[in-house]
Design a protein around this ligand. Structure first.
Ligand SMILES: Nc1nc2c(ncn2[C@@H]2O[C@H](COP(=O)(O)OP(=O)(O)OP(=O)(O)O)[C@@H](O)[C@H]2O)c(=O)[nH]1
Ligand SMILES: [Mg+2]
Length: 215
């Protein structure tokens, strides 16, 4: 009985995700769902992306957090439209929340929508939003064993970004080992190294965005 309820919630979400997808397609909008643990660098990555693509591509951002508008305030300083969703306890964004946020965004003026999901490596993996691509950030201090502990998130990602590579020298994080573990469960996802602090790899990430979303 309990399993059926969970399935119902997920199927309602999938229906809403398809409605979002139809809106995105009609508007010619590419959408990236950015997921990671708390503090891995989602907001930092969005800021770097916005700084590089602003003026070239119309962009907007949806910020998902359990509470506060701290991240949305950081993004708005870049003069990019941003909506903050406070889930009030939910550990993920769902397609209905995104659908409601769309009302507050200038959809005719943007081609790229960046969504920062709620920070954790479990629930966001269960909820499709209607996005074009799912990007998963793993930061170096978290350790290279996370693929084994949170396989769903790594199996659904279109791209895995290893962030904070400026800290590699201070840890035993092995990017090759991480890449091998990702490959074992997901042959599709590329693995890119980045540092939002030094800027290393950010050009490769921006190129990936442009190439994979036709921007
Ligand atoms: N050394 C280093 N620190 C980084 C890097 N990227 C982000 N940080 C720092 O990591 C901390 C968290 O970064 P955020 O971008 O806020 O992370 P987040 O994933 O958005 O966090 P939540 O929204 O709380 O889940 C901040 O202090 C950043 O300055 C990086 O590449 N290297
Ligand atoms: Mg954030």
């Amino acid at each position: 009985m309990e399993i059926k309820v969970v399935k119902d919630i997920l199927s309602v979400n999938d229906q809403m995700a398809e409605r979002n997808r139809a809106v995105f397609e009609a508007k010619g909008l590419s959408v990236i769902n950015i997921m990671s643990s708390p503090g891995s660098g989602k907001t930092s990555l969005i800021l770097e992306t916005v700084r590089r693509l602003k003026g070239k591509v119309g962009m907007a951002v949806v910020e998902g957090d359990i509470s506060s508008s701290i991240d949305a305030e950081k993004i708005s300083q870049e003069q990019v439209p941003v909506v903050q969703i406070n889930t009030g306890g939910e550990c993920h964004l769902d397609a209905g929340m995104i659908n409601r946020a769309l009302d507050s965004l200038p959809l005719d003026d943007i081609r790229l929508l960046l969504i920062e999901n709620v920070g954790n490596l479990v629930c966001p993996g269960e909820f499709n939003l209607g996005e074009s691509k799912k990007v998963l950030i793993l930061s170096v201090p978290e350790g290279d064993d996370k693929v084994y502990k949170y396989p769903l998130m790594f199996s659904i990602a279109d791209l895995v970004l290893v962030n904070k590579v400026d800290l590699l020298a201070y840890t035993r994080f092995d990017v090759e080992r991480l890449t091998g573990a990702v490959r074992a469960i997901n042959q599709r996802a590329e693995v890119l190294r980045v540092s939002c602090t030094t800027g290393e790899g950010i050009d490769d990430w921006v190129s990936w965005v442009q190439a994979n979303l036709g921007l």
